[in-house]
Design a protein around this ligand. Sequence first.
Ligand SMILES: C[S@@+](CC[C@H](N)C(=O)[O-])C[C@H]1O[C@@H](n2cnc3c(N)ncnc32)[C@H](O)[C@@H]1O
Length: 394
Amino acid sequence: MTESALDHARPYLTAMVAELTKAGAIRTPEWAEAFAAVPRHVFVPRWYEQETSDKGFAVWRMQHAIHEGSLARVYRDTTLVTALDPETAEKVDETAWTGIPTSSSTLPSLMAGMLEDLAVDDGHRVLEIGTGTGYNAALLCARLGEQFVYSVDVDGDLVDAAQRRLSSIGYEPQLAPADGRLGYPTGDKFHRIIATCSVKDIPESWPAQTHPGGVIVTDLDLGIEGGLVCLAVDAERSVYGQFTTTGGRFMAARGNAHTYPRRERAPYAPETSTHPTNVTAADIRTHYPFRLLLAFHLPGVELVYHSNDATGAMSLQLQHPDGSWARVPLTGDHLDTVTYGGAPEIWQQVEAAWKWWNDAGRPAQDQFGYEREPDGHASVWHIPDGRRWHINPT
Ligand SMILES: C[S@@+](CC[C@H](N)C(=O)[O-])C[C@H]1O[C@@H](n2cnc3c(N)ncnc32)[C@H](O)[C@@H]1O
């Protein structure tokens, strides 16, 4: 990237830092300085924006930062998708593809919030899981110095590209192509671990590679919902902390460099009955903390959208790995009815959780703690009264 491109980007970068500071995402002068030092467009020279094709389906259209009028878009507070799974991506025309995103440059306000939550200090050694474009690694280099920054991505091509971009602006952190759920390949120890992909539970290697007193910030995917947690690691390798006020979700960690494994699902149980209910699809879709609570109540259950083959009517469906399910309509005259397939326990739990959440004053996500013991046992609890849920993945 030429000096003139950098000069051209400077006003956008300055405006982005001001916006992130005003919004409360950047909270300290150290991070304001780091954000102001790193041009995002160097790390996101091209990306994909979603649009609807002539035939009515969603496609990803490639955009280039160098194109007239595009540079400003790299400095908006938006997530920019930067890679698509080659196994699902199909070319629609010269610049558009379908497919599932496998990498992105995260929403800058979300990154700022997580970096602030990480509470780094000078001299801290940090491991990032999910190098992606390298932008977050560059921010860490600007804040701490390149010798303290380590980052891994499961996709070696992304690591190579990130390394080149980091070098181009003078940073040489330690990068490696690796499954970050196994930690850093050389087994180094860190004061901080930040993951920009989600995990179903805290991998054993993370507390093992963290100094006692260190901090882990990650997105925990608990099935129906998940969220960002900020966790302290103790000398016995227990991790203990809470869900953060910083809201945001990440793409799931995968073992394969370029693609997600196909999810195996049990066949749907046959429909058993329909009942009135006091919990609607809108209640679940509107209230993030309630969805998180549902994930505590129903480990292993997924939230999916179901389309009726005959009528095309859409429903929100909770689906157990054993094939049982419960479904509430998204539109129509029967919003307060639930239909079951298999055992009715799923919706009984939803109604119980709705009652508990309302009786408890609708607590937000940061009212819940998270703990993982060294034997892998994980639980969450409501901080004000200690009510606890055991959430080991099924
Ligand atoms: C949201 S992107 C990361 C954004 C990145 N921090 C940046 O600043 O551009 C998530 C990344 O996690 C990576 N990833 C997925 N599974 C992983 C795993 N098991 N270990 C390491 N990285 C993984 C993806 O390849 C993707 O690049």
